[in-house]
Design a protein around this ligand. Structure first.
Ligand SMILES: Cc1cc2nc3c(=O)[nH]c(=O)nc-3n(C[C@H](O)[C@H](O)[C@H](O)COP(=O)(O)OP(=O)(O)OC[C@H]3O[C@@H](n4cnc5c(N)ncnc54)[C@H](O)[C@@H]3O)c2cc1C
Length: 264
């Protein structure tokens, strides 16, 4: 199914639910199908839904349509000037070949732990708009991703947009790859220092992005030691739990240092 409008897409989604797999850029769905993990009875492609491709700034807030590609976000003048840390996080995903295809909605809805954008979006306090014929709801990125490949998106809902408040001047994204042949992060750290204080979100180390507001005060090394102790890292081909714990300590400290400069 290839609806040409959002209204039609929402109607098809509500009628078919999870019996039709939503298809955005296909970089995740395609691999699962090729490996035999997924055999959809039907595909609901959002490719022709132009309303979902927009990138706009409204009332100081950045709005990314679910079908905006990573490459479009990375290269957007509006994103680069107002949300440079976000442009960087999207720009560090894989290669241009993947970024030209992968979408904002896809990287959030697939809920793969080893991703870059979710940690940065969570640190920027982004909200995701989920819509169905029943109405619309807005959830924080930290509430959207429940765990490994699991989100709170209902079978009749589509992720339609991501809304991001203005980026404070001090924001940093650090991606640590443990091997040169790897696209995906071993540890991903997003840090933002705004009027509400410091926020630190660590991705790629557990089923969902990790954030501990109670640990976000003190010297960079103290914050980092707190995160390294509190997080229960997973082990995978990119690093054991013990290795990740040490990388978390180093990368959180560096990220917090990056957002702790004082203007001359
Ligand atoms: C070689 C390679 C390297 C990669 N390296 C990285 C990396 O370094 N960092 C990183 O972060 N990621 C990486 N990825 C992952 C990539 O970013 C994701 O696969 C991609 O973002 C998914 O987006 P998509 O548009 O292709 O989604 P699709 O594959 O089309 O869909 C993904 C999932 O989301 C659902 N979905 C999609 N859109 C919606 C929507 N609007 N509403 C509801 N459900 C929806 C689909 O049903 C499916 O379950 C890599 C992928 C590949 C293939």
């Amino acid at each position: 199914m290839a609806p040409g409008s959002l209204e039609e897409a929402l109607d098809l989604r509500a009628r078919h639910g999870d019996e039709a797999t939503v298809l955005a850029g296909g970089t995740f769905v395609g691999i699962l199908m090729n490996q035999g993990f997924l055999a959809p009875a039907a595909l609901l492609s959002l490719r022709d839904v132009a309303e979902l491709r927009g990138i706009a700034v409204e009332g100081g807030e950045l709005r990314l349509g679910a079908m905006a590609t990573h490459r479009a976000v990375e290269r957007s003048e509006a994103v680069r000037s107002g949300w440079p840390a976000l442009a960087r996080a999207f720009g560090l995903v894989a290669s241009p070949r993947v970024r030209n295809q992968a979408t904002v909605g896809g990287v959030l809805a697939d809920a793969d732990y080893a991703s870059d954008p979710p940690a940065m979006l969570a640190a920027l306090d982004a909200r995701v708009l989920l819509r169905s014929p029943r109405g619309e709801r807005s959830v924080r990125v930290g509430e959207l991703i429940l765990g490994h490949y699991e989100t709170c998106i209902e079978p009749d809902e589509l992720l339609v947009e991501v809304r991001i408040p203005p980026q404070p001047a001090r924001a940093a994204y650090r991606k640590f790859r443990s091997r040169s042949s790897e696209d995906r992060p071993c540890v991903a750290v997003a840090a933002v220092r705004g009027e509400d204080g410091l926020r630190v979100v660590v991705g790629a180390v557990a089923g969902a992005p990790q954030e501990f507001p109670d640990l976000c005060s003190g010297e960079p090394a103290e914050v980092a030691a707190g995160y390294a102790e509190r997080i229960e890292p997973l082990s995978d081909a990119r690093g054991s739990a013990a290795y990740r714990r040490r990388v978390i300590a180093a990368e959180v400290r560096r990220a917090v240092e990056e957002v702790s400069w004082t203007p001359a």
